[in-house]
Write a protein that binds this ligand. Sequence first.
Ligand code: GLN
Ligand code: ZN
Length: 755
Amino acid sequence: MTTFHLSGYPRIGAKRELKFAVEGFWKGAKSEAELRETAAGIRRLNWAAQKAAGADLLPVGDFSFYDHVLDLLCTLGAIPKRFGFDAANLSLQEYFQLARGNATQFAMEMTKWFDTNYHYIVPEWHADTEFSVNAQNLIAQIKEAKAQGYDIKPTLIGPVTLLWLGKAKDENFKRISLLPKLVAAYAQLLRELAAEGVDWIQIDEPILAADADENWIKAVETAYKELGNTGVRIIIGTYFASVAEHLNLLKSLPVHGVHIDCVRAPEQLAVFADAWPENKVLSVGLIDGRNVWRANLSKVIDTLKPVQEKLGNNLWIAPSCSLLHSPQDLAVEEKLDSEIKSWMAFAAQKLVELGVVKQALAHGKDSVKEAVAASDAAAADRATNKKIHNEAVQKRVADLPKGADQRKSPFAERIKAQQAWMKLPVLPTTTIGSFPQTAEIRQARAAFKKGELSAADYDAAMKKEIAYCVEVQEKLELDVPVHGEAERNDMVEYFGEQLAGYCFTQFGWVQSYGSRCVKPPVIFGDVSRPEPMTVYWSAYAQSLTKRPMKGMLTGPVTMYKWSFVRDDVPLSLVAKQIALALNDEVLDLEKAGIKVIQIDEPAIREAMPLKKAQWDGFLAWACEAFRLSSTGAEDSTQIHTHMCYSEFNDILPAIASMDADVITIETSRSDMELLTAFGDFKYPNDIGPGVYDIHSPRVPTAAEVEKLLRKAMEVVPVERLWVNPDCGLKTRGWKETIEQLEVMMEVTKKLRAEL
Ligand code: GLN
Ligand code: ZN
């Protein structure tokens, strides 16, 4: 029989039970015992669901109170010394302090896990980092699963990926130099697990999919030569991109199998199926672990059949990656359109799909006739359903004339047309869009949504906020004011709610970090804009001031990247459709007299493919989609874009090709280092580096801001330079916001006077 296994399952609970328990514990409202009980309950339900669907090897070690990378660091005794904690006797309180900081120590950093929206705690590596194994937590969970009668396969992140994803905290120290010590600790851990009776273990090395340098790939070889004889059978897990280039390495390692992601990289299946040794396990992930769509079971079974003929029981099946990235259970959705729901599968449904595939491989497709017929029917319906397929949208994209993504004139001419009416001083000032989202604003929005606040009262409440926001900016003498985004819950959701082709779930939560979960919108069909989305609010804001009001939109890449996206057409097409919907809005804003429009694209960097070889292709269509969103705008209309902190150095030509008249970027925390790259590159258009950090309520001193601004003036020609905060101000309070902006304005005026 084919083995059905998985490496991880959502751990927050179908209704976010873990989130509420953890937050209750933080607040002191729940005891540790209560929290542990909730956690054990979630694990029990998860394992039971997996077993009921036919899974053979259930994951252990995928559960975490905060983050599984942090758990692994605790298991390996590799927590930062600066906390002064004893890893061998770490309390739950201390564990959370590592993630969230305490009175004397700042929290460990976190960052996005590859191209997902999951954030892991970043390991801190020092030249003198030592490891010591504390397997008790993991072993306790192994015992727990076994006591419930399950066959298990613990999952861990592998040593090479763990080292690589951490940060070297000492100078002249290379984290790879820790490899021998770290591998020795893993070997010790595996021996302890073997002594517990663990037979199989999955060790994930997603680094293999990520274009790492050769010395890191060499490290994989070194590590597994040592881990291969610890008494457990190892399956190496890979995901998110192809690892076909490492086929020979993977074949040669003394491990018992490999898992490959054939959703993200279907082309690697043929390579592996052809050359994989028959005495080793090949686990094929054909059920998408990261998206919300039902699989085409017939296709999956037909694809696997020949691989099974070749490999027999050494073909294993699994989701493409851990189901951590998928919402938990579609069954609890009560409000989803029933047709759209019939096309979807969350983690629980994906388990059932894998159960069907397993059955079909064992007893033939006929043995699962009904399930396959239902899956076929859903696929057929999706291929033609009018809710998905909008001919007008498709025709509009297909008929785009060549050059439709280009502005009327080059930047040099546009900027003159803009300056002619805007009459801005040197070092013009602006903000990134949002102003404080106060409790009153959030209450008003929530009450309106629930029907407790009438449309007229809601309208009045929002107008009052906008009027206040504009008044504050008038007083500050900000040159390009904004309306403040009071009416927006979230920069993607707000637009998704108004665009055709988007829908929303009630419980489609996915863990983002710690107890924080996000509920991404779902793009299920062709996207279009039935009605203007922002014109009403922006026009109202403009009516309150003579200064040029900046309209505020979210760009096509960010709109899809922070959503679950349909998987039946290329991403490039989805981006183009969104771009055209945004373009309708840009032209309507223009007509309404809003002639400065910002199209935010903070997600461009994280949307980039893992493989460098695919970057150019991606950037070509992503930047084209951005340009398309303002196609047809007058030269005199000024298009801004904004990006949060990112490594842009290697993609500056693409950023320049977006051809925004003004780009604002987050630079203050990097001490303008990022801006230097723009300067060296001779970035041609206007640029607004952030002159203070908006993540903190602290008001910067004038001297600090002046130092940053002077640095900016050294690297960017002053006639191209804007002055603004790092990012939106929605997480700040009004008091500090005004004080921070006062400092920014004071410094700007001082430097203007020198020019
Ligand atoms: N306009 C948005 C804001 O100001 C941009 C946020 C972002 O870049 N993430 O909040
Ligand atoms: Zn930002």
